[in-house]
Design a protein. Structure first.
Lengths: 556, 108
């Protein structure tokens, strides 16, 4: 993992001291609310419905056990004993008091963490594939480049007041687990025909009220040119992105309005003008960063662990969990393990301080003290010996986090919604809870297979509903909560925006409606065909018919 | 505080305490964290007084996001906001009855 150097350390400590001083001045009246608000937002402090909220950056979703333990402690001491992992691989505390936040930021700085770039119109915390560095299908570990972008973007003087927020995601594998096409810039590591490794750059993706899939602005960018190219994109956006209307201010609108070809021409013209060598990172610095992400000291193991195979044969519940929650590792004899934070009836992405401590202990014991956060609001132990999986599973069970549902219908993404969020128009968590209870049966879940349900409590789409195979958007309709269902969205390399399939329905009607959609799939699917594949083949019509029939039944 | 459209009456004034962020209610004599103690404005003169007090409290750095909220009294006489958003704001997260004012003051 990356470790702070003296500049990182001094910078973060300085920000804590500045914020402590800003809070003091707000409380004694030296700063007005209008003056203080942008300052608190620059440090991840929001005001929600019931309390302040602190959003803590987890750069590219990588945490050490020491950091996770510190988050657990903060949750215990300053919050209500739990935290919420978000779709941007961050952690939110829902109940901190403003007077305590400087102290909390100090505790974060103690473990090389902060809440910078989690809010405001700047380049936000960079996200990445949760299996970075360990995935068997990976071309190259994307974390060094994510860390490089973090260092380049933090307090970048030109890009600190962009027209709007700016989100970058990176993946090192052809299979996109980081939803890069739903970001302002998506970076994919690719290999060209000559065998050279470089980047494919997407631009103009994003969700919210105007969902767009990112478009390719450069098919192959040599690795060394990355920062200069990003600078060219950001400069074009910073100069030409709209500042008159916040709903049209994201780069996706600019790309959409002038077209990707014109946008590309402007970026390439800017790129040609830039003095690359003064902007691009010094190869020595790139090597210094990359060295932090060197693989841990793996043991040389046979590709198949006999003990593991025997345990699976003897214990079907373990076998089911192992099949669903582990991911192929590049190192023989190891697996990457996803720890589901989607217990049936629980709030998606929530973890108690006790659970965070348990995961930190297990990371120490089984995974070189490292943890990842996924954009699907789960945790990952990236480096577990297969022979240890049974013991790990038992201990996860004791901590209440051994749900065998990763990628299945109850592994639901959900924003906090109106249970916490001041922007929300409807609740999302209870919808997720009701759906998980409806589809709780594991045999049924496995029979249904991979299916992503994503729920947002407002049009801003933090719950990524547009790219859910089934998306659910909570709105207000005539003074009551109403839910709009979309179908056919996809967050992967086959990215697609879902389409609305019928009129809004009430919260109570949602589980039946979703069950009806799933029934169409089960009745119509061909051998080996997943839900989303069936939706693509069949089109929306049969699903719409089932959905509308139900809506009509309810109305009758 | 927004220059809002006229809030229907009866109404209460709720805000977030600056220091803690907690939801607070204007009472006859100050601010309370307990929604049952909220002063209910039945007439326009009282509502305007509440708004004046909200402005003053904001200026004194006591509260932020103060707003009049229209309510209906329940059987026990406790004011309940008419809109679901403010009902959640008064009660706490609906999926966590152990948290927020629903837990502390038993508001339903």
């Amino acid at each position: 993992m990356y470790r702070y150097d003296e500049f990182d350390e001094a910078f973060v400590r300085e920000r804590v001291a500045q914020f402590a001083w800003q809070v003091k001045r707000r409380l004694d009246g030296s700063l007005t609310d209008d003056e203080f608000k942008p300052l608190r937002l620059k440090n991840g402090v929001y005001l929600q419905l019931h309390a302040y909220m602190l959003r803590i950056a987890i750069p590219y979703g990588t945490l050490s056990s020491r950091q996770l333990r510190q988050l657990a402690l903060i949750g215990e001491k300053y919050d209500r004993g739990y935290g919420h992992f978000t779709t941007r691989q961050n952690l939110q505390f829902n109940w901190p008091k403003l007077r305590d936040i400087p102290e909390i930021l100090g505790l974060l700085a103690d473990v090389e963490m902060h809440a910078i770039q989690t809010s405001g119109n700047c380049i936000r915390n960079v996200t990445a594939d949760q299996f970075a560095g360990v995935a068997a299908d990976e071309i190259e570990d994307p974390r060094p480049v994510a860390e490089l972008i973090r260092q380049w973007s933090t307090l970048h003087p030109e890009f600190d007041y962009l027209p709007r927020k700016f989100k970058i995601a990176v993946t090192g594998a052809p299979q996109d687990r980081a939803a890069i096409a739903a970001h302002d810039i998506g970076i994919g590591v690719v290999k060209n025909d000559a065998g050279a490794v470089g980047y494919r750059i997407l631009v103009g993706g994003g969700l919210g009220r105007t969902p767009m899939i990112g478009k390719v602005v450069r098919d192959f960018l040599p690795k060394a040119d990355l920062l200069a190219y990003l600078e060219a994109i950001l400069r074009v956006y910073n100069l030409e992105g709209r500042r008159d209307n916040k709903y049209k201010a994201r780069v996706k609108i600019l790309v959409h309005e002038i077209g990707i070809d014109e946008f590309r021409a402007r970026v390439e013209a800017e790129f040609a003008k830039l003095d690359g060598p003064t902007i691009n990172a010094d190869p020595e610095e790139v090597a210094r960063i990359a060295a932090y992400f060197a693989p841990p000291a793996y043991e040389k193991l046979p590709p198949v662990s006999r003990a593991y195979e025997a345990m699976k044969a003897a214990n079907p519940a373990f076998a089911a969990w192992a099949e669903i929650n582990t991911f192929p590792h590049r190192q023989p004899g190891y697996s990457a393990v996803t720890i589901s934070l989607k217990g049936i009836g629980e709030a998606p992405g929530d973890a108690t301080s006790d659970q965070m401590c348990a995961v930190a202990d297990l990371a120490d014991q089984y995974s070189f003290s490292e943890i990842r956060v996924t954009h699907a609001q789960n945790l990952v132990l990236p480096n577990v010996k297969q022979a240890d999986l049974f013991a790990l599973w038992q201990k996860l069970g004791a901590a209440g986090i051994a749900e065998a549902n990763v990628g299945l219908i109850t592994d639901i993404i959900s924003c906090p919604g109106l249970d916490y969020c001041a922007l929300a128009t409807a609740r999302s968590i209870p919808i997720a809870q009701d759906l998980a209870k409806r589809f709780a049966d594991l045999d049924q879940q496995r029979n249904i297979g991979p299916l992503n349900i994503k729920i947002s409590g407002c049009i801003n789409a933090c719950g990524h509903h547009h790219v859910g195979h089934i998306g659910i958007l909570g709105l207000e309709k005539r003074g009551a909560e109403s839910y709009q269902i979309t179908l056919g969205g996809d967050a992967t390399e086959n990215a697609a925006i879902g389409e609305i399939i019928g009129p809004g329905i009430t919260a109570e009607e949602v589980p039946d409606a979703i069950e009806r959609l799933v029934s169409v799939y089960l009745a119509e699917r061909q051998a080996g065909e997943t839900f989303i594949e069936a939706v693509r083949r069949l089109g929306l019509a049969p699903f719409k018919a089932a959905f509308t029939k139900e809506a009509a039944d309810v109305a009758a | 505080m927004s220059a809002q459209k006229k809030t229907p009456l009866p109404a209460i004034l709720l805000a977030n305490a600056l220091l803690d962020g907690d939801v607070v209610f204007r009472t006859a004599s100050g601010w309370s964290r307990d929604p049952r103690e909220a002063l209910v404005a039945e007439d326009e003169a009282t509502a305007n007084r509440l708004l004046d007090e909200a402005r003053a409290a904001f200026a004194r750095n006591e509260v932020v996001d103060a707003d009049l909220v229209d309510i209906t009294r329940d059987e026990a006489g406790v004011p309940v906001p008419n809109h679901f958003r403010e009902r959640f704001k008064v009660k706490g997260p609906s999926h966590r009855p152990d948290l927020g004012k629903q837990a502390e003051f038993g508001v339903r």
